[in-house]
Design a protein around this ligand. Structure first.
Ligand SMILES: NC(=O)c1ccc[n+]([C@@H]2O[C@H](COP(=O)([O-])OP(=O)(O)OC[C@H]3O[C@@H](n4cnc5c(N)ncnc54)[C@H](OP(=O)(O)O)[C@@H]3O)[C@@H](O)[C@H]2O)c1
Length: 270
């Protein structure tokens, strides 16, 4: 019998997954969604031909539940769900920062839980989804979670102890690149380029560099050396980056993101 999968709290990430799964070959009839607002449920029904049900109905009917509400809404959702989730159901959490133990404490004993930290490029099928098993999740549960998240990008298994670091690197990662593009566009304007042209130049340089990093098999240092000729323009720019401590700033920034992820795991949402 086909696996029934329910996406609970189908917002941006939930919809990206739903769309990815359908494009990846899941039959809409094997998928259920839940939403907090009626109009959102209707929108998902119309767009994807899936059934929209209540959280309790999804918990009873689906073999796998993917929870994609915001971390601050997870407690309420679990209170609603817990009485209806049989212990043999796989629960996948897509929420940032919340440990698998949080779910295990609130669901029936032995419920398998898998934690996934994805990122917004899931919206364009270029996600990095980092996957960890809870106490009762088996290899088969991890494989199923990988199959689901592979429909929107790459996946990587890590021990749960590495999730806060992964959140700092790939979860928040896209924001660092947007920040760089924004700053480099400002630099382009300072150098006399119109904003739209500066933006296009930097975005294409970013895409080109990203594809080289992914596909060339070369170390980033080698790729950078290839653009850095003796007494050339690039080395002058690199010297300024080093003078301004950009490398140290990035290390400190990622450390701060890792620390905040740890803090969120302890329930500090302020
Ligand atoms: N966005 C990111 O950058 C990102 C990256 C990685 C991971 N994540 C994780 O992915 C999760 C979802 O993020 P998102 O950006 O997709 O948020 P989102 O767009 O706000 O989606 C969450 C959805 O859940 C709905 N919801 C809340 N409580 C509910 C309930 N009790 N029953 C049914 N539906 C409920 C919300 O309804 P309303 O529309 O009424 O609010 C909303 O549509 C978060 O836990 C986040 O940590 C996000």
């Amino acid at each position: 019998m086909a696996q029934k999968v329910a996406v609970l709290g189908t917002g941006k990430i939930g919809e990206a997954l739903l769309s990815g799964m359908i494009r990846g070959g899941w039959a809409p009839s094997d998928l259920l969604v839940t939403a907090r607002r009626q109009e959102r449920a209707e929108q998902l029904r119309t767009r994807y031909g899936v059934e929209a049900v209540s959280n309790a109905e999804a918990a009873k009917a689906a073999d796998t539940l993917i929870l994609t509400v915001k971390p601050q809404d997870m407690g309420t959702l679990l209170t609603e769900l817990a009485p209806h989730v049989p212990a043999d159901r796989l629960v996948i959490s897509g929420a940032a920062g919340i440990p698998t133990s949080y779910f295990e404490e609130r669901l029936a004993p032995d419920t398998p839980v898998v934690r996934v930290m994805t990122n917004t490029p899931a919206l364009v099928d270029e996600a990095m989804s980092v996957i960890s098993a809870g106490t009762h999740a088996t290899g088969a549960h991890l494989t199923l979670a990988e199959e689901i998240f592979a429909t929107v990008g790459k996946t990587l298994r890590v021990p749960e102890s590495q999730q806060d670091a992964a959140t700092a690197l790939s979860g928040s990662g896209p924001a660092y690149f947007y920040f760089l593009v924004e700053a480099m566009t400002d630099a382009g304007i300072l150098l006399g380029l119109p904003r739209d042209k500066a933006h296009d130049l930097i975005v294409q340089a970013a895409i080109g560099a990203a594809v080289m990093l992914r596909d060339s098999g070369e170390h980033p240092v080698k790729l950078r050396e290839n653009v850095t000729s003796p007494a050339g323009t690039t080395i002058n720019a690199i010297r300024e980056l080093e003078n301004h401590g950009v490398r140290a700033a990035l290390i400190a920034a990622l450390e701060a993101a890792r620390d905040r992820s740890r803090e969120l795991a302890t329930g500090n949402n302020n």
